[in-house]
Every structure is written in C-alpha cells, then in structure tokens.
Design a protein. Structure first.
Lengths: 197, 253
C-alpha cells in the first residue's frame, strides 16, 4: 500500500515562493508580507490539524511568521522554505499542545466513532459518509493521540510529508517516526474498526 | 516473516519499509489468511485517513494574519522607550485608522520633524547643546552629537509632541527654548523610517488621498542608510567646527 500525496496540496506554488522568499527574507517587508499571504494557509492548515482550535492555530502561525522574520538571517537557502516554516510551526504547536495537555484543555473529540452508524463494510462506510464527515472523524480521533504521536501522524499522514522530512522537522530518528506512526495508526484503526467492520 | 512481525509491519506503508521487508511482507500475506484479513482492515482504516488528508481540515482562511504579523514586526522595531509610551500613543491614534497605518502615520508625524532636523535644516542650524550633555561629554572628552531645531519649530513641536508621544524625552530633549535630538535616537528613527517607507506601497488609496503630505514623505525616495550615516557625520563635523568658532557664551541658549 503506497502512500498517495493528499489531493489538497500542502505545497505552496514554488515559483511564487522562490521569488518572495529571497526578497522577504532579505528584509523587504512588503515582500515578506506577500510571503505571509502566500504561505499562511499552508501553515494554518498544519497548525489547525495539530491543535484543532482556530484561535490557538492563528496564534501559533502568527508567532511562527514573527520568528521567521526575526531569524531570517539564519535561513539556509538549501532547505526548502516550507520545510523551515513547517519546522517552526510544528515546534510551536507541539509546545502549545503539551501546554494544553497539562491544562487539560486539549480539544478532544467525542472519542468514539460509533456515532457514525453501523455500516456493514469499509467500502459501505466510505459511501455512507461524505469526505467532510470522514475528515472530521479522523481529525477528531487524532486529537486523542499523545502529542508526539499526533504531530507525527499529522505531518506524515495528513500533510503527506515523507518519513525523512518528518524526522528532520522533529529532530528525531526515522525509526522513531515509524514507531510513532505504528502506535498512532493502531489507535485510529481500533477506533475506526466499529464502523469499518 | 512471522505473524507477529507482520502485524507490526502492516501499519507501515510500502514506502516506509525497505523493498526486502515489503517482499517478505507480501509473501506472508499470501500464505497466511488470518494476517491477510487483519491487513485488509488496516488498509480500510488507512484509506479513511487518506480521504481525510485529501479533504483538508480548514474551517476557513486565517483572516487578518498578514496585517497582524506586519504590525507586530513594525511595533517590535520601535525602540524600547518608544514602546513604553505605546499605550497613550495608541489611545491618541485610535481615531486614525487601523493597525500599522496608525503606527506609520504617527511615526511619520515625528519623522517629518526628524527629517527636517537631519536633512533640511541647514538654514536654521544653530550651535545648541544641553548644558548637562555638554558637561558630560566634555568630561568624557568627546564632542556632543546633536541635531537642533529652531525656535519656530519648537513652538509647533511643543504643542505636537506631548500629544503624540508622552515619552518624547526618549527622542527629544528640551532645554529652554531648544529641542535637541541626539544621534542615537536619530538612527533609531531612520531604522523605523526605512520600515515605514517599505510599507508605503501597501497604503490604501483612501489613505493616500486623505494624507497627501504623509504619503509624499513616505513614498519619496529618501537617502539610503549609508547616505544618512554620511549626512550625520557631516553634520557632526559642522557642529564641531562652528563650536570652535563661536564664543563660549553663545553655545548655550
């Protein structure tokens, strides 16, 4: 079973990006503003998938762009800008997630998938539910995962990054990424089984 | 591959295992019906995940994020002392508009006078120093580095500055009838001014129409930072030379 890239691209238009990354990170504020406008939805998608809350996600993305501006001198042009941006967004979200977890304010889903009905097979389930409902269910279930598993799962399975990219962003080994993926997918499968059986 | 290993590996996708592992995995799947059935369930679950990934999570675009980011960048470039005066500064300017436009407009008002001092005040140049600054600088054996305003400038500034920046002393020092801007403050102004000038193309047409003079100030090509540095050095030299020429009693107002 080969992983397909999500249809909704997580990559901004690279040509546009290249033009404004150079100028924006060179200190040209209007170009940087264009950079923010171009990349914000991708950064926000990632933040929202990890955090599951609009306001927290907006805060994280805003903070991420401020850090990009503040540390623009450290940007290595050999690295894709999106990788750098996703790294910053992910770490900010991960910290927020752990903080929310400590405060017990992580937006948990209602947990079980049973409310989705009693479809008789996986294929039936896919026909019975709209993609939006499926997405909502998977996102809700993923919010029950421990922070690290959740971040790994979002980056790999929902954002479509490679195992190597995920390992690079989180600064962990590829084996660790895979181990976290296995745990996360096992958990999701256990929750989805009732409607897929 | 045995059943136990298979049931761990089945949670990984083809591109997450080595080709050899994948071959072993497929071989076991063909030979073990129970494991194959388990794997079909995992496949269905992962297909659900893929559908979720394709659908996207967005409740909507994050509106106003660009404005918020740029406003924060501009605000964080303000000197610390300026930031301290920010609440009153903001309150005064609430009526002026939104976000960074507010900041840029208010700062531009200050910069008008800063620019006059730095670039256009040759005709007004006086040798004016603050007594305290003279004393300190003389003791340190260095020459005071100052910009000066004229008496007529002062009357406008005196009425304008307290309403714009309560903490005006951070930038301007007042002594008798004179206001002095020191070089360090001026450099901070220039940094800020460069940011504001960079933002000028983003000003909406309504703002440009309503504030033609400010627009002109922000959009005109100004001197680059190195040129400004040169200018400041030149002014410093002129002040030093004139200080030497003028009688001591005329050095203080």
């Amino acid at each position: 079973m080969e992983r397909e890239k999500p249809e909704q691209s997580t990559d901004p238009p690279q040509q546009l990006a290249a033009e404004f990354v150079g100028r924006g990170l060179g200190g040209d504020l209007p170009a940087f503003r264009t950079l923010v406008d171009t990349f914000q939805k991708y950064a926000y998608a990632l933040a929202f998938r990890i955090l599951g809350e609009e306001e927290e996600s907006k805060d994280a993305v805003q903070e991420a762009f401020i850090r990009v501006w503040q540390h623009r001198g450290k940007y290595d042009s050999k690295v894709r800008f999106t990788t750098w941006l996703y790294t910053i967004v992910t770490h900010l979200c991960y910290d927020k997630l752990r903080g929310m977890r400590r405060r017990n304010t992580v937006p948990f889903g209602d947990g079980e998938a049973s409310h989705c009905g009693d479809a008789s097979s996986g294929d039936d389930a896919e026909r019975l539910y709209s993609n939006k409902e499926i997405a909502a269910l998977v996102n809700r279930l993923s919010r029950q995962l421990p922070p690290k598993q959740r971040v790994v799962f979002v980056l790999r399975d929902l954002q479509g990054l490679s195992v190597r990219e995920v390992a690079g962003i989180l600064r962990i080994s590829e084996s660790s990424v895979k181990a976290n993926l296995v745990y996360a997918r096992k958990f999701l499968r256990s929750k989805l089984d009732p409607i897929l059986m | 591959m045995n059943c136990s290993t298979f049931r761990e590996t089945m949670y990984l996708r083809e591109d997450e295992v080595s080709p050899a592992e994948w071959t072993d995995f497929q071989r076991h799947r063909i030979t073990c019906e129970r494991c194959a059935a388990e794997y079909r369930r995992v496949e269905r679950a992962l297909r659900f995940v893929d559908l979720a990934a394709a659908e996207g999570p967005l409740p909507g675009e994050p509106h106003g994020l660009g404005d918020a980011v740029v406003s924060r960048i501009v605000a964080e470039r303000l000197p610390r002392s300026f930031s301290a005066a920010k609440p009153a500064f903001q309150a005064l300017l609430d009526w002026l508009g939104m976000g960074w436009v507010r900041v840029s407009l208010a700062t531009a008002l200050v910069l008008i006078w800063g620019s006059i001092a730095a670039e256009y005040s040759s005709g007004y140049l006086r040798i004016v120093t603050l007594e305290s600054e003279l004393t300190n600088e003389s003791a340190a054996g260095t020459t005071p580095d100052i910009r000066t305003f004229t008496r007529s400038d002062l009357s406008e500034l005196s009425s304008l500055l307290p309403t714009i920046i309560p903490g005006k002393d951070a930038f301007f020092q007042v002594s008798g009838d004179w206001i002095v801007i020191n070089k360090a403050s001026m450099e901070r102004f220039i940094l800020l001014y460069n940011d504001l000038q960079a933002l000028a193309p983003l000003l909406p047409p309504e703002f440009r129409a309503a504030h033609p003079e400010l627009w002109k100030l922000l959009s005109q090509k100004q001197k680059t930072p190195p040129d400004m540095e040169t200018l400041l050095r030149e002014r410093q030299s002129i002040i030093r030379e004139l200080n030497d020429l003028l009688p001591q009693e005329r050095k203080t107002p």
